[in-house]
Design a protein around this ligand. Structure first.
Ligand code: PMP
Length: 388
């Protein structure tokens, strides 16, 4: 894979606020060990691949027609998946699919953001949120997290009262820190938002709370997902994806679980037939193999714990590395890397691609196969000596 450069002639009437902007995305480089975009490193097995090929083959002859715009079969399959994964049964009209949770989030911003509206996030957090805000002319404001990256709930609540956002974006586990949001903290924010005002909106309009659960299957077993709270909280929207634990990033399938009211708002802004028949068939096929697709999740959790323990034994400039407590498939580590770009470059020279993201001094690594992690450890141990 190569990176294209961006060459935009000044004569093109690009929106003024987009002039000088570049496309979002981590470098896509052809290196032996890619630990930079939080994918599941394990491929679908041969049975899953055969079912996907068969199901796509079965619908191929229908491709002259538009797909099921409401993707009912897939929404039913999401419902079955969530019942199994989170113990909560939602109706088809409480679920919605799109091309990755990126599109789910964009649709939420299109429906609930817009000119004069503000979305509130909790810093540091996923760096795409300001882009959805920019693309929908929504204001973007941040409340700051605690030093250990847990949510500062009081600060978030104070910001909700002060900024009067229409959307509060919480990410659990958070990216790039891996920090989970305890259910009690989420419930406090939900309750505040049930009566809080939205700037510029009529009386009786209250913010929605979006919980981005892209990495939630990696949480420590026993912790409830936010989907368990949907029945009691009509202002809660939970964004999920098949890209991470479910090992299906290439198919681009995300989904939203929420009250019927929120789903109906999103349906207003979706493109007609946004989810292709091929995507729907492939996703349904993969969901027939849920156990196989999730079979490496427990192992990836163990890899995370072992990697965190190993990182803490490493030193940089005589001080042990810090590792943020993570319930995801990645770790934010370092804390005092004064030359994080150099460390990144030296790892890359050794064939290991990680990510420069998050607060200064930190780097993020995603969990790979056992072999990939061994190469990461070997390369990092070497680099930490060189870059002192
Ligand atoms: N939310 C978070 C927090 C993410 O980290 C990502 C991917 N990096 C996404 C959403 C989007 O993932 P996808 O579009 O593949 O579902």
């Amino acid at each position: 894979m190569t990176e294209e450069t961006n060459a935009i002639p000044a004569s093109l009437p690009l929106r003024n606020d987009l002039i000088g902007e570049t496309p979002y995305g981590a470098p896509q480089l052809d290196v032996p060990v890619c630990l930079n975009v939080n994918e599941n490193p394990y491929e679908p097995n041969l049975d899953v691949c055969a079912t996907i090929a068969r199901r796509v083959g079965e619908i191929a002859h229908t491709l002259n027609r538009y797909p099921d715009r409401e993707h009912i079969a897939l929404r039913q399959a999401f419902s079955d998946y969530l019942a199994k994964e989170s113990g909560t049964r939602l109706a088809v009209d409480q679920l919605w699919g799109a091309n990755g949770s990126n599109e789910i989030m964009l649709q939420l911003f299109q429906a609930f953001g817009g000119p004069g509206r503000t979305a509130l996030g909790c810093d540091p957090t996923y760096s795409m949120y300001p882009e959805y805000a920019r693309d929908t002319f929504t204001g973007w404001k941040l409340a700051h997290r605690n030093a250990d990256f847990t949510l500062d709930v009081d600060a978030a609540i104070a910001a909700i009262h002060e900024i009067k956002p229409s959307m509060v974006i919480l990410t659990s586990p958070n990216n790039p820190t891996g920090t989970p949001l305890p259910p009690a903290d989420l419930e406090r924010i939900l309750e505040v938002c049930e009566t809080a005002d939205v700037a510029g909106a009529a009386d009786g309009v209250h913010p929605i709370v979006v919980v981005d659960e892209a990495y939630v299957e990696f949480r420590n077993p026993g912790t409830p997902s936010a989907v368990t709270l949907i029945a009691q909280h009509p202002n809660l929207a939970v964004s999920r994806t098949m890209s991470k634990a479910f090992a299906f990033a290439g198919a681009r399938v995300g989904y939203l679980a929420a009250s019927k009211g929120i789903i109906d708002c999103v349906r207003i802004v979706r493109m007609p037939y946004h989810l292709s028949a091929v995507t729907q068939a492939a996703a349904l096929a993969a969901l027939e193999h849920t156990d196989e697709q999730l079979s490496q999740v427990a192992h990836l959790r163990e890899t995370r714990e072992a990697t965190a323990a190993w990182l803490k034994t490493q030193t940089y400039q005589g001080r042990p590395l810090e590792v943020a407590a993570s319930e995801s498939n990645f770790l934010l580590f370092g804390g005092h890397f004064d030359q994080r770009d150099r460390i990144f470059d030296e790892l890359l020279k050794r064939g290991v691609l990680i990510r420069v993201v998050g607060p200064d001094g930190w780097l993020r690594v995603c969990m790979g196969t056992d072999d990939e992690m061994a190469r990461f450890r070997e390369a990092l141990a070497e680099v930490l000596h060189i870059v002192e």
